[in-house]
Design a protein around this ligand. Structure first.
Ligand code: CAO
Length: 504
């Protein structure tokens, strides 16, 4: 990776940062773009051995208007979107690793710090292959390097602080206060490296619950999703999609990239905080919309309206009702008696109502005043979907999909995870990728769901615990072989018992 080559120059980077801020003082009143150019002009002398940066600087000078001249390299051949960004990945479990894996997919050099001998707890959770890293871990830590460091060992903290000095971003999702207890407060981190961005996932933002530990389903419950999911007559329900963990990781990645962009102008890092409750609420915003609509009358698109059931004080669970303005429901298809996934989601989009009527053999509904208009249909949705279901039950979900799409009727089959794992089009786009791993063999993972036309993504297997410890100590942090031997016996990178044996 180009970014890894650049990582050999931590000292240079520091010098570059100092020089850049000096320029900033001089160029105080210049527009932001000029400031960037000024900084870039300084760079060639200092990064003489970093070939990836050179062309960009030349291009900027060539155009002379503060803007880079567009690359003439073929698409996908001019590096990755986040080349040169170095991440100190102090994350674990799911939310933080989701964020850093995405950044690594975009080309960032992601250095995952793990506790010696233990590592991220998910390495051993839900294990399916004895002695091998679990899928839980491998599917969240692709394209990263792993270094083991005991942050509670003085030498370990020295190594960590050296990493802080040369990284662009520190990402963490420890329980509230854990990082402070290690000594890595924001003040300390910012003092060590004023350019660093410190990004955190916590369960709750400031307020009564900010000290609480939080896992996925707690966030789904506290973020308003669970109370609005499920069927009216049943209890609140959590969803299978990890909107609390992975959803918040996604939000954090956007925060980090935005902070990196702002740093181009300000020269300084900042804190980025994503609370899981906030992330879930952001994804459940349509339900907060509906909460406010309740003041003005019943929610007519909810099937409970058509069933004559009054609304209460809060947004109810809506089963499989559509969250939008086009009524929809989940309908059985051929084989539903034995196949739990033989269903199709059917949307009665108003513009194609006539086509729907013809397909299901009810052409008279096109003009019948009880069915012809969306408001007329609202009180009868249950009945209407019952009739449509009589038609879908005569066909497989894929047949319904084919037929309806010919008429522009929006429908979607329920796809099982088995079907998704076998779906060739997802393999072709790199959304589902097969990866080989030295201890567990081949497995499927989810590649980058965000496709950039000039930043292709190759998915690389997750690292073994501490696989890159020596490489990072020597090539990134510049420790000598002799120092590495001392580090090994200090217990900073090995589990306590092992360190004692080696030292004896
Ligand atoms: N060396 C030494 N100690 C280390 C270490 C290292 N490399 N890495 C972690 N530790 C220590 C921490 O310092 C902490 O120690 P203290 O509590 O003694 O200060 C300890 O490991 C445990 O950290 P933790 O409290 O974060 O971990 P946990 O398993 O008890 O809790 C979780 C897990 C997820 C509930 C908690 O981290 C959390 O609430 N995180 C924020 C919200 C979040 O991201 N939740 C989503 C998780 S994904 O479902």
């Amino acid at each position: 990776m180009a970014s890894r080559k650049k990582s050999k120059k931590p000292v240079v980077k520091k010098a570059k940062a100092k020089k850049a801020s000096a320029k900033k003082v001089v160029a105080k009143k210049k527009p932001a773009t000029k400031k960037i150019v000024a900084k870039k002009k300084v760079a060639p002398k200092k990064v003489a051995k970093a070939p990836a940066k050179k062309p960009a600087v030349k291009r900027a000078v060539a155009k002379g208007n503060g803007l880079l001249k567009p690359s003439t390299k073929p698409w996908g051949m001019d590096g990755k979107a986040l080349d040169g960004v170095k991440i100190l990945d102090f994350t674990h479990v799911q939310s933080g690793p989701t964020c850093t894996q995405l950044l690594a997919y975009m080309g960032a050099d992601c250095i995952k710090v793990e506790r010696p001998g233990v590592g991220d707890i998910t390495r051993t959770q839900l294990r399916d292959v004895k002695g091998a890293d679990s899928l839980y871990f491998t599917m969240l830590n692709a394209n990263k390097r792993s270094i083991t460091i005991d942050s509670k060992n003085p030498k370990g903290m020295e190594i960590l602080e050296r990493l802080v000095k040369i990284c662009d971003v520190l990402v963490e999702n420890f329980a509230p206060g854990a990082l402070d207890r290690m000594g890595l407060t924001w003040e300390r981190v910012h003092q060590l490296n004023p350019r660093i961005i410190m990004a955190s996932v916590k369960g709750f933002g400031p307020g009564p619950y900010e000290e609480c530990k939080v896992y996925e389903n707690i966030a789904q419950c506290a973020g308003g999703s669970a109370s609005t999911t499920g069927f009216r007559e049943g209890p609140p329900l959590v969803t299978g999609a990890q909107i609390g963990d992975s959803g918040t990781g996604l939000h954090l990645a956007l925060g980090i990239v935005s902070a990196l962009y702002q740093r181009n102008r300000t020269g300084r890092g900042q804190r980025v905080l994503c609370a899981m409750q906030d992330g879930v609420l952001n994804l459940a915003r349509v339900k907060l919309r509906d909460q406010q609509r309740l003041k003005h009358g019943p929610l007519t698109e909810y099937s409970q309206y058509g069933e004559g059931i009054p609304f209460g004080q809060a947004v109810p669970r809506a089963g499989n009702d559509s969250g939008g303005g086009q009524p929809a429901w989940l309908l059985k298809c051929k084989g539903w008696e034995t196949d739990p996934d033989a269903y199709i989601y059917f949307i009665t989009q108003a513009p194609v109502w006539a086509e729907i009527c013809d397909l299901i053999g009810k052409p008279e509904w096109k003009t019948d005043p009880d069915f012809a208009t969306p408001p007329a249909r609202l009180p009868r949705l249950k009945f209407i979907f019952g009739v449509i279901e009589e038609w879908t039950m005569t066909k497989t979900k894929f047949e319904v999909m084919d037929i309806c799409n010919q008429h522009d009727i929006p429908v979607g089959p329920i796809l099982s995870m088995k079907e998704i794992a076998e779906e060739q089009s997802l393999r072709a786009t790199g959304t589902v990728v097969e990866v080989d791993h030295p201890t567990r063999g081949k497995y499927l993972t989810v590649g980058n769901p965000i496709k950039l036309s000039d930043s292709p993504c190759e998915v690389k297997r997750s690292p073994l615990l501490g696989e890159h410890t020596e490489e990072i100590l020597t090539k990134v942090l510049g420790y000598s072989d002799k120092e590495v031997v001392e580090i090994k016996t200090s217990g900073a990178i090995t589990p306590p018992e092992k360190a004692r044996v080696e030292a004896a």
